[in-house]
Design a protein around this ligand. Sequence first.
Ligand code: IFG
Length: 500
Amino acid sequence: MRWRLILAALVAAGASTVAVAEPGAAAPARDAYADILPAPVSARPERGAFTIGRHTTITAGPGARGVAEQLSAILHVPVASRAPKGGNTIALAVAGRDQGDESYRLDVGPGRVTLTAGRAAGLFAGVQTLRQLANGTSIPAGHVADAPRFAYRGAMLDVARHFFSVAQVERYIDQLALYKINTLHLHLADDQGWRIMINSWPRLATYGGSTAVDGDPGGYYTQAQYRAIVAYAAARYVTVIPEIDMPGHVNAALASYAELNCDGVAPPLYTGTDVGFSSLCVNKEVTYRFLDDVIGELAALTPGPYLHIGGDEAHATSQADYVTFMNRVQGIVAAHGKRVQAWHQVVTASPLPTTVAQYWDTTNVNPQVAAAAANGTGVVLSPANLAYLDMKYNDSTPLGQDWAALIEVADAYGWDPGTYLVGAPTSAVRGVEAPLWTETIRTSADIEYMAFPRLPAIAELGWSPASTHDWAAFRLRLAAQAPRWQALGINFYRSPQIPW
Ligand code: IFG
């Protein structure tokens, strides 16, 4: 079993020529199909296997070339316009049928593998499944028909409390893609740092981005670097949602431009971890010119439909001012052709019909959000006591916080986004997101320690049918992922709840 897993991991990691198939009889195919994570809608193993050999090729129909190239790099199998004589083939095709955006069908037989999908995003999802099935040079025969339960399966990375380089963000994107997560929410601005260059207000980044929590090194993305992140994510069918938090969490902006402050005085840069002490000046017109410029530049850099305007912990803004502000800013975002996503406090103002509320409370009872959801406001679920990856696993976890809860893997897995929020119709639930706040997180190894294994748990809640939800089976599937994480150098937490 372990040989199989390690070989599978090496192939999945795109390692160079993999040793011959493991010694002794190949593990029964059932394991591989039972181990797919997130769990697919349906999977059925067959006897036999497809063997990757010297004459194996990948063929790609129209619209499938990009994904075929990525599969080629994973399996070290060339893409060919047609299969050479005597060779076996892995055929990718975008069928254009009216399948869902990310659904796919995978059929593995001894002589041929076919992967078809309605759109390239579905092919990409199928490749993540195929790479999990691959076992050295052998892919056990079988069939998978699959489609996501929720369209929005997200992860948030807070690059404001601590700054992470383009390479570090891209590494995280690669890890999200393994588990069919399709949204990266980047928390680009907060009290401790502004992390994106805005050409019309350059001091936001050059000065407001110069520090971080604890005085750690600051940093910011040039617009070219932000475009690179967006493009890297898009190639992996991950949509970026940039967040500029407002009206609170704005000390970096206020420190950068005195005129943004109600009293005209810029506060010092802030490297602590308090929240709720800053506010944009709701009654000054310059605030809305500032936001029109910022939102305009960000919208031009962001192909995805949503911009996130924050809206959380506006404790230094009166409720009346908060309502005035959030209603006006939603109009500015719409004027730039984008839709609004915001933390769920936005429902205390007047959310636009297309505004999505991101729920982060620690209770499943919130009548205001439930009422908004029942009235058509879309909701993304990120309950802080279940989905916040900066929460400690237990009292001895060296990183993270514990204000919302201690979250072990079983907690992260043990809920249903479709029915979680009392009074919110399942039809209002767009999906789930796992935020990682970085007050205590500084390196990729830190990110991975907090994200693995809980991120795959959230990914499964977002992708898999509720009918597959089963902790006893999930913990075994999670254990089967460990060899690939080791092969990829992912610094995961070896939770005692999982039989690694
Ligand atoms: N709450 C704050 C975050 C961050 C978090 C840390 C939200 C929406 C606590 N707001 O979560 O800025 O400080 O767990």
